[in-house]
Design a protein around this ligand. Sequence first.
Ligand code: SAH
Ligand code: SF4
Ligand code: F3S
Length: 459
Amino acid sequence: MENNIAEYIDLVKKITEKYDSPPTACVHSYGCQLNFSDGEKIKGLVSQMGYSLIENEENADLVIFNTCAVRENAEDRVFGNLGSLKHFKEQRPNMIIAFCGCLAALDKTVERINNSYKYVDILFSPSALDKLPKLISEKLSEGKRAFDVNEYRMPMEGLVQKRDSSFKASVPIMFGCNNFCTYCIVPYVRGRERSRRPEDIIREVEYLVENGYKEIMLLGQNVNSYGRDLDEDITFPELLRRINGIDGDFIVRFMSSHPKDAGRELIDAIIECEKVGKHLHLPVQSGSDRILSEMNRRYTAEKYLETIDYARSRIADFSFSTDIIVGFPNETDEDFEKTLDIMRYVKYDNIYSFIYSKRSGTKAALIDDRITDEQKGIRMRKLLALQREITSESFERFIGRTMRVLVDGTDKKTGMLTGKSSEFVIVRFEGDKSLIGSFADVEIVSAQNWAVTGKIKEK
Ligand code: SAH
Ligand code: SF4
Ligand code: F3S
C-alpha cells in the first residue's frame, strides 16, 4: 500500500521509544471548525505515534501548525508565531516543526517556507493529513525536510481522533467547495466538493452518541450541496432526518448553509427533526444585490429573505445567525446601508462580521478597491453597534421561557455556568460545575445584548 499508516506509526514509535523520556507534541489549529476537526485527527495520529500532547510549544519535541488562509490577519498570526519558534529550535535542534492546513496548500506559502523558514521540517496540505506518520518517519530516519502537497482527495475514513471535548463533537460530512465566491480562498486550498458516504457519517454519529457525546456539529463549506457528488440519491435534509433517527439524547447542529441552496426542504427538516437545533446559520455576506453579484453569491436579497420568511411563517421567531463582509471592494454607503437593512429585518441572534481581506489568486483581488481602511472601520463599528441594539431587544423574547441548555463551561467574569440553547443563544445561570457536559432546563429571567441569564429548574 502506498501509504500504510500503521506501518509508519510503528516506525516512528520504535524510534521515539528509545528517547530518555516520552516525546511530547504541541498541535495548534487556526481557522474554522473544519480545520479544528482536522487538528483532532492530527492529534490522534500523533498520540498513536507515542507522543503525549502538551499546550506549550517551547518544550515540545514536535510542533504542528495547522493553519488558516481565509484572511490576511490569520496568515500574519501564523507567520508571527512561526517566527518565534526559530528561537526554540536553536536551543533544541531536535525539535521537529510541521506546517499544515490551508496555507500549506498555496504554492506561494510552500515557496516562502522553502526559502525563508528553513527550520520548518515538514509541510503537508489538508488532504495529505494521513501522510503525517510517513513524513515524520522520513524526517526522523533520514534527517531531511519532508514535504507532501498532494492532489485534493478524500481524507481517509476511520482515522483515530483525539477530540478536544468529551461532549461536543464535530463531524465533517463533506470537504471542499465548488462555489468560488470571488473574495474567498477556500475553494483553492480545499479543492472541489467531496461528500462522505452517509453510512460512514451515521456510523460515526452513532459511535459518538454511544460514547456520551451530546452535541453533534455537522460540518461542510456548504452542507446543502451534500450528496450531489455521490452515486446514491441523498440530500442534506434527508441526511438530517437519518441522523435525527439515531437513538439517544443529543442535539444536532450544522454549518454552513449557502443561501442559494437553502430552501423550504431544509427549514422543514430543521423544524420536524426534534434533535436538530432550531437555528440556521445563513451567511448573507451583504444586503446589496450589486455586491452579491460581484461576490458571485448567486442569490439576491429578496431570494435570501424568502427562506427567512418561510421559516418565520412556521416558527415566528426562528433563530438565524449570519456572516457579513464589510468593505468588499468599492462597496458604497448605499450598498452598506442595504446590509444594515437586512440586519434590521432579520434580527439575527448572532453575526460574525469580517472586514474584507484581499486574497491573492481570487477574482476580487483584481478589483481596484477605492475604499479606505478608515471607511471600512467606521462601517464595521456601525454594524456592531446596530447588532448590539438588535440583540438587546430581541433577546427579551426569551424572558419567561424555559430553555434546554447544553452546559459547556463557566463565565470567567461571574463564575456562572454557560451553555447554548437550541437556538444557539448563550445562556448563563448559577449551578454546579458537575453539570458541564449535560443538558439543563433553565428559566430565563433577563436578557443582555450577547446572552440571556436564567435560573436552573430542579428536575
Ligand atoms: N463556506 C462558508 C464560509 C467559509 S469562510 C460559507 O460560505 O458560509 C467563513 C466566512 O469568512 C465567510 O462566510 C465570509 O464571511 C468570511 N470570509 C471569507 N473570505 C473572506 C475574505 N477574503 N475577507 C473577509 N472575510 C472573508
Ligand atoms: Fe468560500 Fe463561498 Fe465556498 Fe463559502 S461558499 S467556502 S464563502 S467560496
Ligand atoms: Fe477553514 Fe481557514 Fe481553511 S476558514 S477551510 S481553515 S482557510
